[in-house]
Design a protein around this ligand. Structure first.
Ligand code: HC3
Length: 436
């Protein structure tokens, strides 16, 4: 990668890249408001990112096959460490840099399944809030009784580069072999910042920590110390796993060190003296892409169908058409919000609802939150309902009733399409060579 200011920026885009850099120095923290140059726009919406959690199917299922609770907790840690490469650097590896994803509209859906030797695993990802932007997801394998659900929003700031705090959390629920008792793992989300912005080839580096706290009493902490921080090695981390009241971060059962994007080792006991039990390379793991319905079979609210015209225009580099098709969706969304306000009602989420404090899961969750907070994660914003428009959970009752068309009355209106599938008339918008 050229280590020259703007060195990776196509020559015709140098001007727009430096204007973009100037604009982010004073942006308001709302990532959606960033207007990025054409070459850095992605055709993928943020609702699609939920799939990264389970593309390593064998590792996602593995904990539910393990009888020993300590080893199960270790397998959860191994799975999670492995998801990081997919979540945070698979795009820049594939595309040469981290592009700016499409901002999901309220009600946008990304649905699909993995079907393999582990049976069927389904993904439901839904944009449950637009202001602030929040995506909720639920990934379920019925055969092995594993479910991951969670939601996340982002809060950004600028100081030398873009820093992003993630607000929200994930909950993994599984049933150990032969047991009817569910166990739950609360997973916190790491902070991140963008590296190499100045050179025009942005990529993600993780910061702060992730905690995994289990209802079985096992606790793991992953500390990130990427390039430019403590160790100077890109994507580096140290992790420890211990049992509450029996061990501690300083005297763990297992410790892992390495680079989450490259390779790491897991040792019994502490990282310095312990015996190696496993060495691991995320790139050796088979990645299974999610099967998504062909666009013509998708609902109007499904991401790839809704954004298809925008995505084609980005691929063709036709920025006028990008702006035109984006504003069709944005205008339709504005009109719908206005209508809802007038009629004093809210958009119906198809798969998610607000958490019900009376639920068993919420009681377990409250206990896990206490442990997380006691670990010194004082500034943790994993539960900040005012910043994520609530605490979002998968709603089995809603999901059982969900059928296409998901919003028979307003689905087409929501994306600016006529009910017959044609585009609603809209005045053509022309812009400069950059768009949100
Ligand atoms: C910050 C980010 C959008 C958010 C992305 C999140 C946090 C979304 C949830 C996933 O589970 C994990 C994840 C991975 C990457 C995060 C993106 C990286 C860059 C993107 C910014 C909005 C783009 C900034 C623009 C530019 C041009 C620098 O890439």
């Amino acid at each position: 990668m050229p280590e020259v200011e703007g060195g990776a920026v196509p020559s015709q885009s140098k001007g727009s890249w430096s204007s973009f850099l100037k604009s982010i120095a004073s942006f308001n923290g709302d990532l959606a408001s960033l207007t990025a140059p054409a070459f850095i726009l992605s055709t993928q919406s943020l609702v699609e990112f939920s799939a990264y959690w389970a593309e390593n199917q064998s590792l996602f299922i593995a904990p539910s096959l393990e009888k020993d609770p300590a080893k199960r907790a270790l397998l959860v840690l191994k799975w999670l460490l492995n998801t990081l490469k997919q979540q945070y650097c698979s795009r820049s590896e594939k595309l040469g840099s981290e592009k700016k994803p499409l901002n999901p509209f309220l009600g946008e859906l990304y649905l699909g399944k993995w079907d393999d030797q582990f049976g069927e695993t389904t993904l439901v990802s839904e944009q449950v809030s637009h202001h602030p932007p929040v995506t909720a997801y639920c990934i379920t394998n019925e055969k092995h009784r594993v479910r991951l659900q969670g939601y996340n929003g982002q809060k950004a700031s600028f100081s030398r580069t873009i820093h992003v705090k993630q607000i929200g959390h994930a909950l993994l629920t599984l049933h150990p072999p032969g047991s009817e008792l569910a166990e739950t793992y609360l997973i916190t989300l790491p902070a991140l910042h963008i590296e190499s912005l100045i050179y025009g080839a942005p990529f993600v580096e993780l910061g702060k920590f992730i905690n995994i706290v289990s209802s079985t009493g096992y606790v793991a902490k992953i500390d990130f110390a990427g390039k430019g921080w403590l160790s100077g090695t890109k994507n580096s981390f140290t992790a420890t796993l211990w049992k509450e009241h029996e061990g501690s971060e300083k005297s763990p059962l297992y410790a892992a060190t390495g680079q989450w994007s490259d390779s790491f080792v897991i040792k019994e006991g502490d990282a310095k003296r312990g015996k190696e039990v496993l060495s691991f390379k995320p790139s050796d793991i088979k990645i299974a892409k999610l099967n998504v319905a062909p666009i013509e079979e998708q609902d109007v609210l499904e991401s790839r169908r809704a954004w298809s015209k925008v995505s084609h225009s980005i691929e063709k580099g036709d920025m006028d058409a990008v702006a035109h098709h984006k504003s069709r969706i944005e205008n339709a969304q504005r009109a719908l919000r206005k209508k809802e306000q007038e009629e004093k009602r809210d958009w119906d989420r198809v798969f998610f609802s607000q958490a019900d404090p009376k639920d068993k899961l919420e009681q377990t969750f409250a206990g896990l939150v206490k442990i997380t907070t006691s670990l010194g994660a004082g500034s943790w914003e994993g539960v900040a309902p005012e910043k994520t428009a609530g605490v979002w959970r998968y709603d089995e009752n809603k999901a059982a009733k969900a059928r296409k068309p998901f919003h028979p009355k307003e689905g087409s209106l929501a994306v600016g399409e006529n009910p017959d599938g044609s585009s609603a008339p809209i005045s053509r918008v022309t812009t400069q060579q950059s768009t949100r």
